[in-house]
Design a protein. Sequence first.
Length: 116
Amino acid sequence: MTKLYSTLNWNEIHELAVAHVGKPAVYVANHGDATDEQLRIVNSVREKIEEFGKKLPDGTDIFDLQHAVIWDGLVFFETMELAKEFYSFFCTEETDSSFLYAVLYRADGKCINENT
């Protein structure tokens, strides 16, 4: 019997999107429920993003980077170095294996690492 449908899981969808864009990326998912401790951790990451933003060209809006941490998002970078630095914010003692899930992708869409 011929199968009339196919499926993709969320990781396969991200891999396809990253490969299509052709740039290194970081996916961030916030699985928290806004406890005081979780808000403290999110704010700590947001502060790191603000510092990270100072390294970017003048006029770069870091709102989208911060938004990804609060609501989830797939963030594309011009270089793997920038993607790795952003990803490192989710690999600290307080964020690794936490409610903040992150995945680092190569420009070809292959997953390099995840903070589980």
